[in-house]
Write a protein that binds this ligand. Structure first.
Ligand code: GTP
Ligand code: MG
Length: 242
């Protein structure tokens, strides 16, 4: 199998351990290298739970999650982490230097690779402005940087690992619209061959996706491009108008 980062969910259902009600029901979609698939839906719809199944934070109860044609349950964790990087909804920085935080998934990365990732993530300027640059200290939990800076450093950390698949869970929510747009343009140019799955709240973040999945109560209720969904999906229209 060529390791290109092809993602497929096939009739996937999932319930949290100990809970009865399914959180995801019959989820099917594919995300191809070079594509951006966006997931939108109200709070509690199951967006984070859906992303969690690819890096196997949880396993599906039924159906299959496939990475490059192989069920993720049959892959070694290392094979998954080499190919998939997730930026979690509450991005976490640990106490230590910025450099330390950025190298977390790839200790051997060069300084040039770190700066390159910071540039794409629109974080190079504020790191450069710090007195100690890459050596600047981050407090436990990243409490001495802003929410938007924390998001951008965590995006840079994901970029450093050069994955085939990026999972962004609401990773652009703390950015202003202009920075969000700049970041995603740079990301697209940098990762033209990568598969990008992005959970977004703001329509501007997801409107240019190749495919948008509208999630409601654990089900994909509608799918299509922004233009198609504006025509066909009342759920999407409600989200756009809210
Ligand atoms: P927002 O991030 O708020 O937009 O929601 P989401 O769409 O990401 O929903 P998420 O996947 O986090 O949650 C879907 C459902 O699963 C909700 O009913 C949650 O209460 C429930 N849920 C989420 N995490 C857990 C968990 O760790 N354990 C259990 N038992 N339920 C969970
Ligand atoms: Mg979530």
């Amino acid at each position: 199998v060529k390791k290109t980062g092809h993602v497929e969910f096939r009739n996937v259902s999932f319930a949290y351990p100990g809970a009865e009600a399914p959180v995801l029901s019959d989820i099917s979609f594919t995300a191809e290298p070079g594509q951006t698939v966006a997931i939108i839906g109200s709070t509690g719809a199951g967006k984070t739970s859906l992303l969690a199944l690819l890096p196997r934070l949880y396993d599906a109860a039924s159906g299959e999650v496939l990475l490059d044609g192989v069920p993720v349950t049959k892959l070694d964790r290392s094979e998954i982490t080499q190919r998939v990087a997730m930026v979690p909804q509450r991005p976490y920085l640990f106490s230590g230097s910025i450099e330390h935080n950025l190298r977390f998934g790839r200790p051997e990365a060069t300084d040039e690779q770190l700066w390159d990732a910071l540039t794409v993530a629109q974080a190079a300027d504020f790191v450069r402005e710090k007195k100690n640059g890459l050596g600047s200290r981050i407090a436990q939990g990243g409490t001495n940087v802003s929410g938007g800076q924390r998001q951008r450093l965590c995006i840079a950390r994901a970029l450093v690992t050069e994955p085939k698949v990026f999972l962004f869970d609401d990773s652009f929510s703390a950015l202003d619209v202009a920075t969000d747009a700049r970041l995603r343009r740079a990301l697209k140019a940098k990762t033209a061959d990568a598969t990008v799955i992005i959970v977004g709240q703001r329509v501007s973040t997801i409107a240019d996706a190749d495919q948008i999945l509208v999630l409601d109560n654990g089900r994909i209720v509608d799918r299509g491009t922004h233009e198609e969904l504006l025509e066909t999906s009342s759920t999407y229209q409600e989200i756009v108008e809210s």
